[in-house]
Design a protein around this ligand. Structure first.
Ligand code: GDP
Ligand code: MG
Length: 667
């Protein structure tokens, strides 16, 4: 059985999906987190296959991810729908349910967030709600795993026995007549494509013509439909969209009136409003956001992070030393010893030491996200982003970009306008992703140990400022036009769930570990080989005679004006195109130093000024291969992807040049 999990954004679909299947997809108190559909088998019910779809508010899609969800429900014809409804926001959620019921597919409503309803002192009469809607309703709390087992039972029974929603006419008067006459008209066509005629009639009456093409109507029929709608509009004096929306809402009101007992005061909402008064304050909002971020960076990079990194670094160095001794005493060939110690241990180890820092950073970011604060930041940022021609929605991908550009670029699918989407894709790589963090960390450790947090913040901020400048330029040159208006609901503040924070942390750490042991491992081996042999494949005694040095030297003149015309730096930048962490591992391999010796080795290559210029360059230059491939795929254009690489690398050069000159002046 194929089951679709459908619901509004932020209603807890992914949380429920994780409970049902035992997987750990990313959950966020943040609309627009899930962009692709995810599939999994229900625990203990192996014949049920559930698909987690992006959140939608209606079956009339506006953005491409909403289309993904709509198409899946209407065209793939799942065997059952679990409609997840946020009980603390029931009217708006039922708006979608009304449309789903019309699809005439076996359906169960999972009434989520019951814990919040209870806490605020409200009750919902489940029996009556279920009776009014004509589908089974199961109260649950996905995050606390309450009611989920019962939901599985009810859903399994409903879908196995193919119990369809009871068909209720919730339209009345003029709208009723119009819908029914359209339904009558298109009945044959609808039967052919297997979608209920009443559902399609309502869509057509509403003016949603996205499914009209498939109906294969002739011009005469289309005219008749339009005529009927026109008559309805004249009769009731509102346009078609509002007429249908009014009809749905008045029915919902009736349903809710009879089954929902509201508390006198909604405590959660009140608390949220109180907190929002401060956090979204007209003038204080941005300073507060910056202070929070500053505090996080200070803790992550200044106080605990570097300490933990050092600790892990000395652990890895000790292990490397032991391995070297063990191999030497077993009289292993010195070339092999060098391969293991200078290649693998130095390369992979130098990257691994940054795991504590990355975990800390994501710990804080996921707290902010899960509490609901980040949604406020998007709201506050809307005003700023609007100045560069984007809407607050674009803030979401940019935020994800601090993790990794690849999912960030993919998440631009939540944006409704093609123009916003393209522009956001170009700006995402300016955010400092986690892979750049080891580079920043290693260099600040070597050159600016007393100002670690300041240097870090300066790089993150520089990336954002330059993204803004690029955006401004694009707005006036390439992407004219206006951003779409920003509509995003602000979820109630919640205490972050330990489990979802832990899962997110584990997810990020796992990604990083996997990359370290695959990409970085291979890159380290290759770099070791290339620097140890010359053109004739003889071992070289001085690595500046090696194959690698030969290749990299060609590019030295390009980087000399930036202060790092050194073949090791050039090589590091080249491998950085594969994966940004490889910049650090390459330095480790080329200088043959473990993580505790690496700072000294770097000081032999760079001055503080050229080190900062190098950081600026790595911040800005071409996105890594994976990101470029994603850009190409999402924009569906090789040319645009190439343009992005060229623009960024050129921009990086200019900025690094400026940084170097300023650095020389002040040092
Ligand atoms: P989605 O956008 O529909 O996939 O929603 P998510 O699964 O990402 O969840 C949105 C937010 O609601 C997260 O912060 C969850 O922790 C929270 N949440 C989910 N289910 C419940 C619940 O039953 N009770 C409460 N209080 N919060 C929940
Ligand atoms: Mg989700």
């Amino acid at each position: 059985m194929n089951i679709a999990l459908v619901g509004n954004q932020n209603s807890g679909k992914t949380t429920l999906f994780n409970q049902l299947t035992g997987s750990n997809q990313h959950v966020g108190n943040f609309p627009g987190v899930t962009v692709e559909r995810k599939e999994g088998t229900v625990r203990y019910k192996k014949d049920m296959n559930v698909v987690d779809l992006p959140g939608i508010y209606s079956l009339a899609p506006y953005s491409s991810e909403e289309k993904v969800a709509r198409d899946f429900i209407v065209k793939n014809k799942p065997d059952g729908i679990i409609n997840i409804v946020d009980a603390s926001n029931i009217e708006r959620n039922l708006y979608l349910s009304m449309q789903l019921i019309e699809l005439h597919v076996p359906m169960v409503i999972a009434l989520n967030m019951m814990d919040e309803v209870r806490e605020s002192g409200g009750t919902i009469r489940i029996e009556e709600l279920s009776c009014c809607l004509g589908v089974p309703v199961v109260p649950i709390s996905a995050s606390r795993n309450e009611g989920v087992a019962e939901l599985i039972e009810v859903a399994h029974r409903t879908f196995r026995d193919r119990v369809f929603p009871r068909q209720t006419d919730y339209c009345s008067g003029e709208v009723h007549r119009t819908i029914h006459s359209i339904a009558h008209l298109i009945e044959d066509h609808a039967e052919k494509i297997g979608i209920p005629s009443k559902f399609l009639a309502t869509k057509l009456a509403e003016g949603d013509i996205s499914l009209r093409g498939e109906l294969d109507l002739n011009n005469n029929e289309i005219d008749m439909i339009e005529h009927a709608v026109k008559e309805m509009e004249d009769e009731i004096g509102t346009d078609r969209k509002s007429a249908i929306a009014d009809m749905r809402y008045s029915y919902i009101e009736k349903v809710v009136c009879g089954s929902v007992v509201r508390p006198k005061v909604d405590k959660g909402r009140e608390r949220t409003l109180r907190i929002d008064k401060l956090l979204t304050h007209k003038y204080l909002a941005i300073p507060i956001f910056l202070s929070i971020m500053g505090f996080i960076f200070w803790i992550t990079f200044g106080v605990i992070g570097s300490f933990l990194s050092d600790l892990l670094g000395s652990g890895i160095d000790a292990l490397s030393g032991l391995t070297e001794e063990a191999m030497a005493s077993a009289s292993v060939n010195p070339t092999v010893v060098s391969l293991v110690v200078d290649g693998v241990f130095a390369g992979v180890g130098s990257v691994l030491t940054f795991i504590p820092t990355i975990m800390l950073l994501f710990f804080f970011l996921s707290l902010l996200e899960d509490s609901g604060y980040m949604a406020r930041v998007a709201f506050v940022m809307d005003k700023l982003l609007r100045k560069i021609g984007l809407s607050g929605r674009s803030f979401v991908p940019m935020l994800i970009g601090f993790g990794c550009s690849v999912p960030a670029i993919m998440s631009t699918r939540t944006l409704q306008s093609e123009r916003d989407r393209k522009m956001t894709i170009f700006l995402v790589p300016f955010m400092s992703c986690t892979a750049k963090l080891p580079i920043y960390g290693m260099f600040t450790l070597a050159f600016f140990p007393d100002h670690a947090a300041v240097v870090m913040i300066s790089l993150y901020v520089l990336g954002m400022v330059l993204a803004v400048l690029t955006g401004l330029m694009m707005k006036h040159v390439v992407f004219r036009g206006k951003p779409v208006p920003f509509v995003m609901e602000l979820p109630n503040y919640r205490l972050p769930g330990i489990k979802s924070v832990a899962m997110l942390l584990w997810d990020k750490t796992k990604d990083f570990l996997v990359r370290a042991f695959t990409l970085i491992f291979i890159a380290s081996l290759v770099i070791w080989l290339l620097r140890s042999f010359d053109l004739t494949f003889n071992l070289v005694s001085d690595d500046s005679q090696s194959l690698l040095a030969g290749i990299s030297k060609i590019l030295i003149p390009v980087f000399a004006p930036l202060g790092f015309g050194d073949w090791k730096a050039v090589t590091a930048l080249l491998t950085g195109f594969m994966a940004k962490e490889a910049v650090v591992s390459t330095f480790a391999v080329l200088t043959g130093s473990g993580s505790s010796e690496l700072p000294r080795a770097l000081r032999a290559i760079f001055s503080p000024a050229s080190a900062y210029a190098f950081l600026v360059f790595t911040l800005l230059y071409t996105p890594c291969v994976a990101a470029v491939a994603t850009i190409r795929r999402e924009l569906n254009s090789r040319l645009l992807a190439f343009a992005a690489v060229l623009y960024q690398t050129g921009f990086a050069w200019v900025m690094a040049f400026i940084a170097y000159r300023i650095g020389i002046l002040i040092s």
